[in-house]
Design a protein around this ligand. Sequence first.
Ligand SMILES: C[S@@+](CC[C@H](N)C(=O)[O-])C[C@H]1O[C@@H](n2cnc3c(N)ncnc32)[C@H](O)[C@@H]1O
Length: 285
Amino acid sequence: MLSYRHAFHAGNHADVFKHASLSLALASFKQKDKPFIYIDTHAGGGIYDLAGEWARKTKEANSGIQRLWHQPSQWPELTDYFQVLNRLNSAQAGQQFYPGSPEIARQLLRPQDQLLLMELHPQEIDVLRTHLAKDPRVHLHHRDGLEGLTALTPPTPRRGLVLIDPAYERHEEYAQVVQAVKKAYTRWPTGTYLIWYPLLAKARDQSRRLLHDLKEKTSFASVLIAELSIEAQHPDLGMHGSGLAIINPPWQLDQSLIKLLPRLSQALQLGNQGHWRVDWLISTT
Ligand SMILES: C[S@@+](CC[C@H](N)C(=O)[O-])C[C@H]1O[C@@H](n2cnc3c(N)ncnc32)[C@H](O)[C@@H]1O
């Protein structure tokens, strides 16, 4: 059963971390003229209304993008990300619309690049169609993103990056992600894969198990880990942060994240409990 709807969480601290990191990875890919493909296995609706009923119910953007939005000049390394935010909101005064990962990629990709977006939720895929289907570079699939990842790789063009961003509503999803990426990697070992994961309360957290499996149950050549949390881990409930496991990261993405995350952690933390890390889980050197 699919009950997760991203509109309740759009623009929260995890989105800011994920989308800022994604914009840096896309910038690295654009350093060469050669076309590339962006694959989003769990695309969501593409654009979210922060004034909508669902976003107003949780107000999660208040401890996320709303903490950065008023001071774009202080984030020169995030010019691309802010450019997307500004374009999306250029028609009206204020900061109402927040871009999901497909819209961020759509705006940042060039005419020669392609987007392959997968979404399983029947209503969410309709929202995504409304927002992005007109762009001829966009290929939309209403299907299981993990099944699609293995079925559709290696892609054309061969150069590209994948964002794997499940809602992790079921415990089994962690193991399924590892299996799907492992299969995709055997068919497409040169792809870059960004696997997002939540950092949850002690009783529910699966992140260490996920990292263990990514290291011990695969043969990936290199995996970079980046994590950002905004408060201390709770005992029972809540998401205090999130992480990205990046297989075959673009050159120097580790250095860009090492510069960005201390400042992002400072800007987003609640109290004095922010934390960040950038480490190699598997290193080529
Ligand atoms: C965390 S949201 C994605 C957010 C989006 N990547 C972004 O950053 O804007 C997860 C999405 O995955 C969708 N979903 C859940 N199970 C799926 C599956 N097996 N295959 C594809 N999409 C799925 C949900 O409907 C939801 O829209």
